[in-house]
Design a protein. Structure first.
Length: 244
């Protein structure tokens, strides 16, 4: 092999727009990233490293509005996403006293079994951590192998975890309960109500959350149903604590 040949040992490092060097430095340092390069004059350039990957930042264009969250982003492929989410949320608690779940910067919540989560930095860039064995194709609208509330639950999962669209997930589940609530198995109705309560807490709508929980308590479930709820359902109390 000569120096003129292409060798399959490339390294790709994302270069993202930065609106505020001070806020970006504070955020990544709070999460435990190492600052490997810091310069603000005569031009801005920041570089961070964590575990085996790097993020680099340059000056953002004048028209970039962080609140629109359309600056840029990158994918970080990992073997398992849960340890990353746990590490970052604990770091946030240690620095900020809470998990940053709303606004900028923030981290999306993680449900057991999920294959991805997103860090959104102060400039509105999305750093998406994805498990390598994640399903390759999604059936938007829910799996066609499922029907009724079960399919709506699958669709809500996709909207919540892949699109970060909690409002759309709420619409999907409430419509499914209206259409299929009278004929669906009790456990499926219960799972939909748990998901709605979790979404209401995440959306800072405590009255709606209590409404869904009250309906949930009225459903009679078997021991098998409760075991399924424990394995598939969200922990509303834990989410409420996580958000506050």
């Amino acid at each position: 092999m000569t120096d003129l040949e292409v060798r399959p040992n490339e390294t790709t490092v994302p270069l993202l727009p930065c609106v505020s060097a001070e806020e970006t430095l504070a955020f990544y340092q709070a999460l435990g990233f190492r600052t490997t390069y810091e310069q603000t004059r005569p031009y801005l350039y920041l570089a961070f490293a964590w575990s085996g990957f790097e993020l680099h930042y340059g000056a953002a264009p004048a028209h970039l509005e962080p609140s629109r969250e359309n600056g840029g982003g990158c994918l970080v492929m990992v073997d398992a996403v849960a340890p990353y989410h746990a590490t970052f949320t604990e770091a946030m608690r240690a620095t900020y006293g809470k998990v940053l779940a709303r606004g900028l910067p923030r981290i999306t919540r993680y449900r057991p079994g999920a294959s991805r989560f997103t860090l959104v930095d102060p400039s509105g860039n999305s750093i998406i951590f994805i498990q390598r064995d994640e399903e390759k194709e999604l059936e938007y609208g829910g799996s066609k192998k499922l029907k009724g509330i079960a399919r709506a639950l699958d669709n809500a999962r996709i909207l919540r975890e892949f699109k970060n669209d909690d409002r759309a997930a709420v619409r999907t589940l409430t419509l499914a309960l209206r259409r299929h609530g009278d004929t669906a198995p009790p456990v499926e109705r219960a799972l939909a109500l748990v998901a709605l309560a979790e979404l209401a807490v995440a959306l800072d709508e405590p009255d709606r959350a209590e409404e869904w929980v009250a309906q949930l308590r009225a459903i009679e479930l078997t021991d098998a149903d409760r075991q399924r709820m424990e394995s598939e359902g969200a922990d509303i109390a834990r989410l409420r604590e996580w958000l506050t």
